[in-house]
Structure formats: C-alpha cells, structure tokens
Design a protein around this ligand. Sequence first.
Ligand SMILES: Cc1cc2nc3c(=O)[nH]c(=O)nc-3n(C[C@H](O)[C@H](O)[C@H](O)COP(=O)(O)O)c2cc1C
Ligand SMILES: CC(C)CC(=O)C(=O)O
Length: 322
Amino acid sequence: MTYGLSIRPRVLVNVSRIDMSTTILGFNSSAPIMIAPTAMHKLAHQEGEVATARAAAACNTIMALSFMSTCTVEEVASSCNAVRFFQFYVYKRRDITALMVQRAVRNGFKALILTVDTPRLGRREADIKNKMIAPQLKNFEGLLSTEVVTDKGSNLEAFASGTLDASLCWEDIGWLRSITDLPILIKGVLTHEDAIRAVEVGVAGIVVSNHGARQLDYAPATINVLEEVVLAVQGKIPVFLDGGIRRGTDVFKALALGAQAVLIGRPVIYGLAAKGEHGVRRVIQMLKDELELTMALSGCCHLKDIARSHVRTGHERLQSRI
Ligand SMILES: Cc1cc2nc3c(=O)[nH]c(=O)nc-3n(C[C@H](O)[C@H](O)[C@H](O)COP(=O)(O)O)c2cc1C
Ligand SMILES: CC(C)CC(=O)C(=O)O
C-alpha cells in the first residue's frame, strides 16, 4: 500500500506494555481499527452484517454499517452491543435518506458517515461483464425495489444511477445537520480544499478514502494525501483513513501521518466469506497483533507515542540526498 514510506523505529524504549486502546468520537475502541462500510454482506456469508457486527462487538471495535446492507438496521442493532456508525447515501428520494437516518438514530447508531465520492457509480467493468445483480435490500423493502432490470450489464449500476442524487453539494450538509443531532463524518475527501470546506460546514470528522479504488481511476492512494488533509484541518476535527490497510504496519504508518484511526473494507469481507463471524474476528485480531508488534519494534507504548518522525516518505529520502 505505502510504496516509498518506511518506518523509523526508535530503540531502547521500555515496551514491555503496549496499549492500543483509544476513543473514536468519544467511544472506546480496543484499537484504532474500525470496520468500513461495505455493501451486501450476505453475498459473502448467509448471516451477513449480523455476523460482522457480532465480530466487532467481540473485538471491541466500531463497525460502520453500509446503507446498502443485506440485514436491516434493526436486525444488526438487536444482534449485539457493538458501537455502530451508519454510512448513508443521499438519494434522489431524500425522504428515504431521512427515514433511514431516523431508523439509525432510533436503533442506537452513534454517528453517521455520509459517503461523498459517489454522485454516480464508477465504471465497474467486472460488474458489467459478470452482469452483477443487486439482491433486494431489506432496508428498502416497501420503499423501493433494488431488483432493477437492465440490458446494459450491471444491475447494480442501473440501481445506483436511478437512486443516487448527483445534485448533492456542500449546501446540503446544512439540511442533513437539521434532520439529526448525530455527528456526521464525510467519507471520500482527498484534497486539502475539500478538507477545509468540511471543517467550515461543521462536520464532525473526515474519512480520507478513494472508496477502495472503486470510483475514480487515477484518484490518489489515500496514504499519499492523508498528510495534506491532516495539515489542512489543523486538528479541528479527527481525520480517518481507509484503503489498502492490510497489515499492522499500514495502520502504524497512517497513524504516524496523522490519522486517528483506520477503517478496513475488503479484509473483513474475506474473513466473513471464509468463516463468518469467526473469520471477521480473526482478521481484526491479526491486524491488532501486527499493530502491537509494530509499536513494540518501533518504540511506541501508546498510540500517542506514534509520531510523524516514525515514518519517512520517499520524497523526504530523495530530498535528504540533494
Ligand atoms: C465490496 C465493497 C462494497 C463497498 N460498499 C460500500 C458502501 O456501501 N458504502 C461506502 O461508503 N463504501 C463502500 N465501499 C468502500 C469501503 O467503505 C472502503 O472505502 C474501502 O473498501 C476501503 O478499502 P479496502 O477495501 O482496501 O480496505 C465498499 C467497498 C467494497 C470492496
Ligand atoms: C451500490 C454502491 C453505491 C455501493 C458501494 O458503495 C460500493 O459497492 O462500493
């Protein structure tokens, strides 16, 4: 993930006890690792998002539930006591978005994540080739059909283009803040300009994300723009990162560059597909074990000890040679 970014370990630090615990928007988490919102977990395992949520609870980690989940918000909420955030899209039918936000609030979700990199779906050629079909999403039962018919290849694309509101803009954040008191994070920021705007409109945090490289080709790797965003927000709101986190070392690098925590997408789905709740637990535990080892080998006992000086970018290495 982080080509050219190396870790600068410090030695002769007493690392006999490592503490990875943290708070995210005021909620305790055993590590700075959250579950990213990913759609349709029942495509990976029959228990779907309920299994993922139970794994999050068992690991004392925060789960972000996708708007496009295959279990309802009520099913997920009643399945376990994990701290849950709710990711959402703004649909042309804004009444549906407002209703879903209300259901999330009613069911004890603690924060909202508005995904802002998807005014339209990116061109997903594999979905077109495989004629991707979205199953009926139970959250929307009685509200809209997700079983769209198209002859253009991807039914998911047809569904997305029928529903997503491409007119969504900064001015609408005010509307969202008027329909809920929950903190709103925005997910999909990749530039300092948008980071500054996010602070101005009063969101509670930013997720630096390129949607797992599923939206815009040639969007930057998130780790390469993280610091730009962190510097722009000047500590006014927390910054999170997702995309390509596969190892504890990746988590460490993101924290050193200023992220408060990371989110993981595909690894969770792989664990879920392999072994349901147990598989997701294993994935999270592996990342936690790796992060703990990385901290020990780098001379960091607490997350606050992980500093900018613990990493060196390829650019910095080149500059030091000039
Ligand atoms: C199968 C799949 C489904 C996704 N569904 C959503 C979604 O419903 N909402 C959303 O905001 N992001 C969605 N994402 C993007 C993730 O939240 C996240 O940004 C990305 O997966 C992070 O990269 P990683 O998979 O490399 O960890 C999805 C990603 C994948 C792979
Ligand atoms: C249908 C999409 C909007 C869901 C999503 O975010 C994704 O598949 O990446």
